[in-house]
Write a protein that binds this ligand. Structure first.
Ligand SMILES: [Zn+2]
Length: 465
């Protein structure tokens, strides 16, 4: 028994029985050593460089995505993971061809535009119509159904820049539902201001939502400066735009979750599950979203296996998730394939919030395990990481597991500039600062080691709506 447990047992009453399991001082010391060593390692950056240079864009179901899966498999093997598995993931295959928009009257000029994922196409003739302007999706939703007469809807609200990314939620509703709401109102197409915080002429793509049987119109995002331009024209009077999108759903796509396991010693059938999503959008090379998270977590498993003085107690499972961008298809497939082993998943987390510094460590665990979260935080604190609350997000790809009760943690990153590049052609390797990546890497290595060796449980996690 560890000396802190003894202390608790001696000092506390019977109600402390559940709080006795802590991480050993030996494992805390090993974590600190791994952390400091990882701070001087470029292993994660080298993997990201390899992925962006040798594969590049990885939109789900494209040849680039298949090349990404092959890269992940080959890389896990080269990193000496004990077991590497591919698990199939299917989804509607959306393809992007040529896309363009132009003002045809009264001030003819081109607009920088990109289609939203799952948008239907305009047909080869394109859609040309008068533009009707709404400040928000909510304003559009207020008008009577069928009250538009084939106009192109333009929704102009601007996403707010924040460290936490909280500006994304209020802005992204226009991207998600603009197409179907426009269809219900009688519009012929929709253009939104990009959900992004930059002022570059790089429109931001991203998925929209269409329920089965729901009507949808062609949908595209204008870059922020092009949205400003259109607003200025509309202040002068009527504007006509022509939108041409050669896009649409074309059968079923196939990809794979790529899973690498570093085998545990005495609890090999229990997992700490970490990862990032392997798919990206097609416009950039997916360095920031989410090659960064894939590279850090793939490197973390290897780094621990290589540099820890003994194998981890539990298995470290790293998942390069398939098709996160178009609706968590890989996450849902993993859940379906592994839901009977749910209780074997001790804790999960995903790195998927750009390339900023980690500034907070948050959990979603049984309150009785919060002292353990405090122990983990003590190893992260020298990296400039605060202790967050017990309502962690965990990451998009662990949501199905989280919803079924798996505890999660978040290593929250500073997202102040994430939405300058998110889903744009500007999502490239030069946006990644190797020093910041090492800080992230050190945090993930330390957390993963500690979780894999913590002898207790984090369950049951609190249910938070
Ligand atoms: Zn992402």
């Amino acid at each position: 028994m560890h000396r802190i447990c003894l202390l608790l047992a001696l000092c506390g009453g019977a109600h402390l029985a559940h709080a006795q399991t802590l991480i050993s001082q030996d494992d805390l010391d090993i974590a600190a050593q791994l952390r400091d060593r990882a701070l001087n390692s470029d292993m994660a950056y080298q993997l990201l460089e390899s992925l962006t240079v040798e594969v590049g864009p990885r939109m789900a179901g494209t040849p680039g995505d298949a090349a990404g899966v092959a890269w992940a498999k080959k890389t896990f093997e080269a990193l000496d993971y004990d077991q590497v598995a591919l698990e199939p993931v299917t989804f509607p295959l959306w393809r992007r061809g040529a896309e363009s928009a132009e003002v045809t009257a009264p001030y003819p000029q081109p607009l920088a535009v990109t289609a939203l994922g799952f948008s239907p196409g305009t047909g080869p003739q394109g859609v040309e119509a008068k533009v009707v302007h709404f400040g928000t999706l909510h304003e559009l939703a207020q008008i009577e159904d069928g009250s538009l007469n084939g106009e192109i809807v333009f929704i102009s609200n601007q996403m707010e820049r924040t460290k936490t990314g909280e500006g994304y939620g209020p802005a992204v509703v226009a991207r998600r539902d603009g197409s179907t709401v426009t269809a219900a109102k009688g519009g012929s197409a929709v253009m939104i201001r990009s959900v992004g915080t930059d002022n570059n002429r790089t429109p931001h793509t991203g998925t929209m939502r269409v329920e089965p049987g729901q009507a949808a119109v062609p949908a595209a995002a204008l870059s922020n400066p092009d949205a400003d331009l259109l607003v200025a024209m509309l202040e002068r009077g009527d504007v006509t735009v022509k939108l041409s999108l050669d896009v649409g759903i074309d059968g079923e796509g196939l990809s794979h979750n790529v899973i690498g396991d570093i085998k545990g010693s005495d609890k090999a059938d229990e997992f700490v599950i970490i990862g990032g999503h392997l798919d990206s959008w097609d416009l950039g090379t997916g360095a920031v979203d989410d090659g960064f998270g894939v590279a850090i977590t793939m490197a973390a498993g290897r780094f621990i296996a290589e540099h820890a003085p003994r194998p981890p107690s539990r298995t470290i499972r790293v998942v390069a998730w398939a098709n996160e961008e178009q609706g968590l298809w890989g996450a849902k497939a993993y859940y379906e394939a592994h839901k009977d082993q749910l209780e074997k998943h001790l804790v999960g987390a995903e790195s998927d919030f750009g390339a900023g510094r980690v500034w907070a460590f948050a959990s979603r665990v049984n309150k009785a395990a919060l002292p353990v979260i405090g122990q983990i935080h003590s190893v992260l604190e020298p990296l400039g990481i605060e202790l967050g609350n017990n309502a962690a997000f965990g990451g998009a790809d662990v949501l199905p597991l989280r919803a079924a009760g798996m505890p999660v943690v978040s290593l929250y990153q500073d997202g102040s500039d994430y939405f300058d590049y998110h889903h744009t052609a500007n999502d490239t390797l030069d946006k990644v600062d190797p020093e910041v990546m090492r800080q992230n890497f050190a945090a993930w290595v330390a957390f993963t080691w500690l979780a894999a060796n913590y002898p207790g449980t984090f369950s049951p996690a609190p249910v938070i709506e």
